[in-house]
Structure formats: structure tokens, C-alpha cells
Write a protein that binds this ligand. Structure first.
Ligand code: G6P
Length: 612
């Protein structure tokens, strides 16, 4: 993960780099560092967050209009100051920042040690900077050529930026597997892990491809070469994002803002796709692939984290509507377990960031076996969006809070549309039923808005349960993935242990945990196998568990059994996840705030997991 940002141009680099680093902090916040290049390479770095770095740097000379900065999510080596980036080469003429993992670093490290290099950190990154220096010295080549040669020796993933003391008007950047975007302004260039540090200065960007090296010089056009030394023509694209979208807009936290954005983000994900008056669904991004999907023997959904939970909802939806068999796989397992895959399979990769390393690897595996691979991504132009044959963007807008909220509901909205489109084309659903679902789907954003108005009631419940140590989230059918997602949200941001389970499975283990201290959150909406869920609630109640229930408006049965209840509007069973998730997001949010947790940047987590 890690976030990187660099600048060359007429402006003061330091404030611009710090602002950029704050925007990238969602990618990791174990340590931060900055390097400015004037006559010398001046490096400042420390353990902790970007604000700690700013305190540390205060009063120092940070002048200069070329520099780079890094915020770290530790992979190799403890999160301390020594391991913070940038790292300097032995003769201190080169500095590097890196996002990714050099997998063969132990071999390279011992070779370099034998050649007299001393290592000051435990990172894989330091190996790379010494290696580049070694090549420059021994082969008498330019810094860009040394970077190219070094990258041919490296196994792993990287987005790197290098500054060289002897070339004060040049930045070298390269990527493989980790994201990197270059902003092209008038007489200035910006380099970053995503476009957020760049957007206020320019919307002209170049997305660097895997195994490409960019040579960025003051007063020159960007030059791009592959690591095999082939010249590439930079392709300048326009960014669609706006600055307002990446600011908090009056909310205390990005997570809260993003929860409240859901009426709009769900609507935006369906806009131009859901045509209630015409009785159709269109998905432009996969139009040319529709036949392939309709003829698929099987659909495999692959994803990680919250996106995997959306995939589970997708399984229920697509099987229910379109009668196509669906399997849902954790990308990290799928990529390594030699799955049976062929040309008749369609793989759908779901990812908010579009950069998750395991999901990218799962895509490559699926492509190599001849499968058709589609993406459902939020970040336009991301690696997954580009690696897939076709796809559907979620249009939820930038999601900054590390715990995913609006991206989840947008993914579910898009999967609902996909299920409906396939069902209509396949004839597995009557037009009357289809139209009924379209009408209900169209009402979802307004119903989400209604649920957001329950925030105070949910906060009151949070006050009662904020100090618990454990909790269970139970649901059945479409509400089982909702239970998993509710539990994940609570543990991610409050650090309270929470387990999501299919409600009926509770008696095969978790029931042993239930006593008067254990809160059990039931998603007990009045559709599907509602009566069976009531039986499960009775089982918990008989063991004195405390029951918090998400119920359908007007329900009296569950309310009578529950200690606390949150009423959500009624909808069709298949659409309940779009509603039932919202109160669980708010419950986690309020508990985390009351516990003084860092809601937007919970410990040890990162938003974009670009390492496996
Ligand atoms: C990290 C994030 C989660 C996210 C998961 C998958 O763990 O903290 O919120 O669900 O990665 O990320 P993706 O970008 O592929 O959806």
C-alpha cells in the first residue's frame, strides 16, 4: 500500500507534498517522510502520521521546488523512523520512495552486502536504491538507465520515485503492480499513487503502465520507456474527479460523509442504466459481452474484504434472477488454488480501489485460462478497470474513509442491475416481476435517506453497547452477507470483536458464546425466511443474549422479542441489503466515535491493499 507523491515545477514543493500526503494517508499511516532536492538531498522522516512529520519538520529548511514524499503501510520491517521512506543510497546521492514489495530482496540484499553495502533499515526498498547506485557506479550509466537495469533484476511489485543529487532537474518514476499517475501541468509535473494530490492543479494525467519508467525533466516533455527499453508515447487523459468530492464537506469524518452520500451514490450508480419507464436495464460497459455472459456455464465473482461481501449478495441476486450458477471466491485463495477455469466461465472482479493486488492476480490467472473477465470498480482508470476485458463502474465517487460504505451499496446496486439485465435477456423472469423490481429499485435512494434520519436513535443504542468486548451479527438469505458486512464494519473501526454468521449456523458453535453480556444484532426483516429467523432470535433470548434487531417498518413480532430495534422501510427481499446495511454502518460509526477511535484511518488497515 503506501502513498507516494512527488513534484517538479516552479512552486514550493514542501506544502504541496504535505497536502498530497494527507490525501493519500488512507493508504497507510505507519510513518511518513519527505525529501527535498536543492544542492543536496534533504530527507526528513518519522514514525507516525503525516501530521507527526509536519511537527517534526517544523522550523527546518524545506525550501526547494523538486521533492517527493511518502506515507507508509509497513510490510518489511517495523513501523519505525528508520524504516520510514525515503531511503538513501550508500553514497547519499540517490533517494527513493516505494510502494509495493520487492520479493527477492533477501537475495539482492546479501549480494549487495558482499559488495560492501551497509543497510540502515530492514526494508526491501533500501535494497533497490543500493542496487541502482551499484549499477550506476559499475556500469557508468545514467540514473534512468541504472533504474531500468535494476528493475530487470527485481521480482515483485513497485511504484517508485527516485531523486538524484547530481540531477537536480529530474525525477525518475516507475511502476509495476502498484498504481501511479502523473499530472501534467504547465511547466510542472506531479506524481502520485492516485489523482487526489493532483486534481487541484491539473486534470491532465498520464497513467503509467506496468513495467514503464517515466523520465520527468524540468522544461521537457515526459519520456516513457519500458524496462526492456522500448520507447512509449505518453497518453494524456482527462480526470473526471472534482476537488469537492475529496473534501469532508462539513462532516466530522469522511466515513460519515460517505454514509450520508449513499442516496446519491446509489442513484448515480443506477443513473442512465435503470429505465423504469421503458422497462429495461442497460449497462453500456458490458454491452458487447452480454452474449458471452448469457452463455456462461458459470460466473465466478472474486474480490476481497467488503467487496467480497458485495459479491456474496451478487451471488444471491444473479442466481435468483438469472438462474446462472455463481461462485464467490476470496481473490487471495482463488489465485493460489489452481481453480478449474475455462472459456465458458465469466469471472467478475469487484474492487472499490481497482488496485487490490490479490484481485489483480486473480484476474490475470482467469485471463490466462481463457475466461472472460469483467470488472466492477469504483476508481476510473484503475489497474483492475484496465486489466479486465470490460466492466461496469460503480460511480460512487471517491471513497476516502478506510472502512468501505458507499462503495459497498454502489457495488450491490450495480450487481442488482446486472442480475436483472441477465434475467430479462435470458427470460428467467416475467416482465411483470421485472417491472416490479425496477420500480422498487428506483425507490431505494429515498428509503436510504429515511434510514439516515434514524442516526440519533442508532447513536442511543451505540451508547449502551460501546463497551462490549464481543458481538454477533446474524442474518439469513440475502441478509447473511449483510451480517458479515455489519460485523466487519464494527471490528474495523471500533476494534470490538464481531462475528457475522448465517443465523441458523449459530447453533453449530457461536451459541456457546451467548450469555447476558453478548449483544446479537439480528437482521430480521419481514421477507424471505423471516419465521425461521424469529426462531433463531428465540434461541438467543432463551440464553439471555441481548438482541438488537433490524426490523421492517410496522413489524411487531420481532420488536416484542428484541431489547432494541431499528425500523427500516419495507422493500423486496432481493433489495434489502441496500437498506439493511445502512443502520449497521451508522451503529459502527457511532460506537467508534464514542470509543475515540480513528474512524477514517483505523489502526493497521489501509484502503488500497496493493500487496498480497
Ligand atoms: C481493504 C479495505 C477494505 C476493502 C478491501 C478490498 O481491506 O480496507 O475496505 O473492502 O481492501 O478493497 P477493494 O478496493 O478491492 O474493494
Amino acid at each position: 500500500m503506501c502513498g507516494i507523491v512527488a513534484y517538479i515545477g516552479p512552486r514550493d514543493a514542501y506544502p504541496l507534498l504535505m497536502k498530497g500526503l494527507h490525501r493519500l494517508e488512507y493508504r497507510g499511516y505507519d510513518s511518513a517522510g519527505v525529501c527535498l532536492l536543492n544542492d543536496d538531498l534533504r530527507v526528513f522522516k518519522c514514525k507516525g502520521k503525516v501530521s507527526d512529520l509536519e511537527d517534526f519538520v517544523a522550523g527546518s529548511d524545506v525550501s526547494g521546488n523538486i521533492g517527493m514524499a511518502h506515507t507508509r503501510w509497513a510490510t518489511h520491517g517495523e513501523p519505525n523512523t528508520i524504516n520510514a521512506h525515503p531511503h538513501l543510497s550508500q553514497n547519499k546521492t540517490l533517494a527513493i520512495i516505494h510502494n509495493g514489495i520487492i520479493e527477492n530482496y533477501t537475495v539482492l540484499r546479501s549480494e549487495l552486502k558482499n559488495r560492501g553495502y551497509t543497510f540502515t533499515s530492514d526494508t526491501d526498498t533500501e535494497v533497490l536504491v543500493h542496487l541502482i547506485e551499484d549499477i550506476m557506479i559499475n556500469e557508468h550509466v545514467s540514473v534512468e538507465e541504472a533504474v531500468r537495469v535494476a528493475l530487470n533484476e527485481v521480482i515483485g511489485a513497485y511504484a517508485i520515485v527516485i531523486l538524484a543529487k547530481d540531477f537536480p532537474d529530474k525525477i525518475i518514476a516507475a511502476r509495476k503492480g502498484s498504481p501511479m499517475v502523473i499530472g501534467v501541468g504547465k511547466d510542472e509535473f506531479f506524481i502520485a499513487s492516485d489523482a487526489t494530490p493532483i486534481i487541484e492543479y491539473t486534470n491532465n494525467v498520464v497513467y503509467l503502465n506496468d513495467e514503464e519508467i517515466a523520465i520527468i525533466e524540468r522544461d521537457h516533455e515526459i519520456q516513457i520507456r519500458t524496462i526492456l527499453n522500448q520507447k512509449q508515447t505518453p497518453y494524456i487523459e482527462k480526470l473526471a474527479m472534482s476537488l469537492g468530492e475529496i473534501e469532508k464537506g462539513g462532516f466530522d469524518h469522511f466515513m460519515l460523509k460517505e454514509i450520508y452520500e449513499q442516496p446519491h451514490s446509489i442513484y448515480d450508480s443506477m443513473r442512465g442504466r435503470l429505465h423504469v419507464d421503458q422497462g429495461i436495464v442497460t449497462l453500456g460497459g458490458i454491452r458487447d459481452w452480454e452474449q458471452k455472459i448469457l452463455n456462461a456455464k458459470r460466473i465466478i465473482i472474486t474480490a476481497c474484504g467488503t467487496s467480497w461481501h458485495a459479491g456474496l449478495v451478487g451471488e444471491y441476486l444473479i442466481e435468483d434472477f438469472a438462474r446462472i450458477p455463481v461462485e464467490v471466491e476470496y481473490s487471495s485463495e482463488f489465485r493460489y488454488r489452481n481453480p478449474v477455469l475455462g472459456e465458458d466461465d465469466v469471472v467478475i472482479a469487484i474492487s472499490q480501489s481497482g488496485e487490490t493486488a490479490d484481485t489483480l492476480a486473480a484476474i490475470e490467472l482467469a485471463k490466462s485460462k481463457g475466461a472472460t473477465v469483467l470488472g466492477i470498480c469504483n476508481v476510473v482508470g484503475s489497474s483492475i478497470a484496465r486489466a479486465t476485458h470490460a466492466g461496469i463502474y460503480t460511480h460512487a465517487g471517491p471513497e476516502i474513509g478506510v472502512a468501505s460504505t458507499k462503495a459497498f451499496t454502489a457495488q450491490v446496486a450495480v450487481l442488482t442491475l446486472l442480475g436483472l439485465l441477465l434475467a430479462q435477456k435470458k427470460g428467467t423472469i416475467s416482465q411483470t416481476e421485472f417491472q416490479k423490481i425496477l420500480i422498487e429499485l428506483d425507490r431505494i435512494p429515498a428509503k436510504v435517506q429515511q434510514i439516515l434520519e434514524l442516526s440519533q436513535k442508532i447513536k442511543d443504542i451505540a451508547t449502551i453497547y460501546k463497551d462490549v468486548k464481543n458481538s454477533l451479527y446474524l442474518g439469513r438469505g440475502y441478509n447473511f452477507p449483510v451480517a458479515l458486512e455489519g460485523a466487519l464494519k464494527l471490528k474495523e473501526i471500533s476494534y470490538i470483536h464481531a462475528e457475522g454468521y448465517p443465523a441458523a449456523e449459530m447453533k453449530h458453535g457461536p451459541i456457546a458464546l451467548i450469555d447476558e453480556l453478548m449483544p446479537v444484532v439480528f437482521i430480521a426483516t419481514r421477507r424471505g425466511i423471516y419465521e425461521k429467523v424469529i426462531t433463531n432470535i428465540e434461541e438467543v433470548k432463551a440464553r439471555k443474549g441481548r438482541i438488537i434487531a433490524i426490523v421492517t417498518e410496522g413489524d411487531e413480532t420481532v420488536k416484542a422479542l428484541a431489547d432494541h430495534w431499528i425500523e427500516i422501510p419495507d422493500t423486496l427481499e432481493a433489495l434489502i441489503p441496500l437498506l439493511a446495511t445502512i443502520p449497521l454502518q451508522l451503529l459502527s460509526y457511532h460506537i467508534a466515535v464514542m470509543l475515540n477511535r480513528n474512524v477514517d484511518q483505523p489502526r493497521n488497515l489501509a484502503k488500497s491493499v496493493t500487496v498480497e
